[in-house]
Design a protein around this ligand. Structure first.
Ligand code: ZN
Ligand code: ZN
Length: 181
């Protein structure tokens, strides 16, 4: 059993976006292992509005006091996460690969991630792929162009084909409606 590093009460299991994590019933802080924390940030399950509501409901200001890892009890390392309007600092134990997030900070960390350029690029690609699927004529031209590529026999050719397919995708989903043929 893990104890809340702030309230000293037992943490309770919680299913969060399909993943099992621990939550404090008093301060609403979360203890999450690093791999699950990375997964939660990448799951686009909640909309921006939902995350903002969740952050506002739980956020009580960043806890400035240093806290101890609920597993090994060493002082956790504070890591700042840039997000406009908030002072967000995660508490990390590198040895245990655990993250402590004060109330509302898990939602804030997801908002910060969604605002990052890498996430925006992925979202744009998904939107373009969906737009291509919704246009049968363009989709057929794209599939036909990709099918013309000969089978890749070695990693170099496979990499080259991947790059060509990406170029076809860029053309097929280009807003100016450029044709592949
Ligand atoms: Zn607590
Ligand atoms: Zn630890």
């Amino acid at each position: 059993m893990r104890i809340c590093p702030i309230c000293n009460v037992p943490l309770e299991p919680e299913a969060y976006e399909g993943l099992q994590i621990l939550r404090c019933p008093q301060c609403a802080g979360h203890l999450v292992d690093c791999s699950r924390y990375e997964s939660i940030k990448r799951i686009p399950e909640k909309s921006r509005a939902e995350l903002e509501a969740e952050a506002q409901a739980g956020f009580q200001g960043d806890n400035a006091a240093s806290i101890r890892c609920p597993r090994c009890h060493v002082t956790m390392f504070k890591k700042p996460i840039p997000i406009p309007g908030y002072s967000l600092r995660l508490d990390l134990c590198y040895d245990c690969a655990l993250v402590w997030l004060d109330g509302g900070e898990l939602a804030l960390a997801q908002l910060a991630h969604q605002a990052s350029p890498a996430f925006q690029d992925i979202q744009e690609m998904k939107q373009r792929a969906a737009a291509l699927d919704a246009d049968p004529e363009r989709k057929a031209a794209f599939d036909e162009a990709c099918a013309k590529l000969p089978e890749a026999q070695d990693p170099f050719t496979a990499g080259l084909h991947e790059a060509i397919r990406n170029a076809f995708f860029q053309i097929a989903t280009h807003p100016m409606r450029i044709r592949i043929r």
